[in-house]
Design a protein around this ligand. Sequence first.
Ligand SMILES: N[C@@H](CCC(=O)N[C@@H](CS)C(=O)NCC(=O)O)C(=O)O
Length: 199
Amino acid sequence: MRLYYSSASPFAAKARMAARHCGIDVESVSVDTSAEPADLLAANPLGKIPALVLDNGTSVYDSRVICDLFDRMSGNQLVPQELDAWRSVKTFEAAADGVGDALILGVYEVRYRPEEKRHPDWVDKQMRKADRGLAFLEDHIADLPDEPTTAHFALAGLLGWMAFRFEGKIERERPKLAQWLKQFPESFPAYGELQPRAA
Ligand SMILES: N[C@@H](CCC(=O)N[C@@H](CS)C(=O)NCC(=O)O)C(=O)O
């Protein structure tokens, strides 16, 4: 299986960590989404990473579906099956992914739009979404199971990415999340290798 990724992407880091946790072998192929390479667009018409191409040529995206596939392939090593635990993990994962989505829109506003065309009110609205999401994640961090789940990998990808795109924000505003990330490698030692890195 081939997994399109970039070293900075929080969502790609989440998928790669999930694969490693489940013992699923994926060949990671680095792509530049800005260049819209043909092989990525063939794998994911949205041109986003992560995108996974299975050995039979079919493709799977986005990070949530990829992780759910890994969960099924591995006999549920990523998501607890009991209803309440499932709801809690999947909602936490959605909140972490949603914070990433909101923050990335703000990053793209600056990266892709000339200054005179930027819309600060809209960026502020994305930041309010992210801040409410981070508050939710901090409030519910104690609900996470001990064993790593998709929620853990979504949060670790997000916080690892924020460490260089929003340097110091988590330490200043969300000390419980900062502490959680510091300890995460104890339960998932491969974090050091797979964490998002500034390109
Ligand atoms: N909901 C998607 C979000 C993926 C996403 O936004 N990926 C970013 C990189 S971190 C991307 O591919 N951006 C390129 C683009 O939007 O064209 C997921 O969970 O995989």
